[in-house]
Design a protein around this ligand. Structure first.
Ligand SMILES: [Zn+2]
Length: 246
């Protein structure tokens, strides 16, 4: 191993550690998170709904402070009127139809699912895994590039080979990161259904969603295998099967 490789490795470790601790600090900073969260809505939800969500939060043993807000028109247009979203590991946004569209048991399962995302800082981990996958792709491209420089003489061909290597590694990393995201969804489904005894409600809700088509469903829950591999969420059918095995 050459000194150049060791220096590169050390620099990468410092960059990763800096990103990890810096982002962790930022995500605990209210000013930073509210700058982004305000674009989804600023109004708090009704007191009775706040109490319901905080009670489920206590049941799940979550001690992190959480703010619960109504989705604004922009968020509703993107996410749908019935939706629920955990955001930046400290906010929950609720669509205007959420509490009328689903049964109380389904509401418990869905609220629990979002709260589990917050409990395990899933959004923070998503950012970190994405940044690490990018850095690892760059690092490996540079290391392979040292070798390619010796075997490919023509500058143009060398440049093309660097691009191809980066493209290949970043795509493999991309699929791994997406598999990790889907695993977070399974974890949230599992913990919510087990801790709140809401497994059947979860299964019923996903079964209902199988026949419901919305723009976000097409985007997040594609039915083809290729589509599922590129998705941040498992398909509803896969989630039903998973819950049934618990
Ligand atoms: Zn989720």
């Amino acid at each position: 191993m050459t000194t150049k490789n060791i220096m590169l490795g050390l620099l990468s470790c410092c960059l990763m550690a800096g990103f990890y601790f810096g982002l962790n600090k930022l995500m605990q900073n209210k000013k930073f998170t509210s700058y982004f969260a305000d674009s989804y809505g600023t109004q708090p939800v009704e007191k009775k709904y706040q109490e319901l969500i905080y009670a489920i939060k206590d049941e799940l043993g979550i001690t992190k402070p959480i703010e619960i807000r109504n989705m604004n028109a922009t968020a509703i247009a993107t996410l749908g009127r019935w939706n629920l979203l955990a955001y930046l590991d400290s906010y929950i946004f609720i669509g205007p139809d959420f509490f009328t569209e689903f049964t109380p048991k389904e509401q418990r399962f869905l609220i629990g699912h979002e709260l589990i995302h917050i409990k395990y800082s899933h959004v923070f981990k998503r950012f970190v895994s994405l940044a690490f996958s990018f850095l690892i792709a760059v690092l490996l491209t540079i290391l392979i590039g040292f070798y390619l420089r010796k075997v490919i003489q023509k500058r143009f061909l060398r440049l093309i080979s660097y691009v191809m290597v980066y493209f290949l590694i970043s795509n493999i990393n991309g699929f791994l990161v997406l598999a990790y995201y889907r695993n977070q969804e399974y974890q949230a489904d599992r913990d919510s259904s087990c801790a709140l005894q809401s497994k059947q409600a979860g299964i019923d809700w996903f079964k209902r969603q199988l026949n419901y088509v919305s723009p976000i469903q097409v985007q997040e829950h594609p039915k083809t295998i290729w589509g599922q591999l590129r998705s941040t969420h498992p398909s509803h059918q896969d989630r039903i099967v998973y819950l049934e095995t618990l």
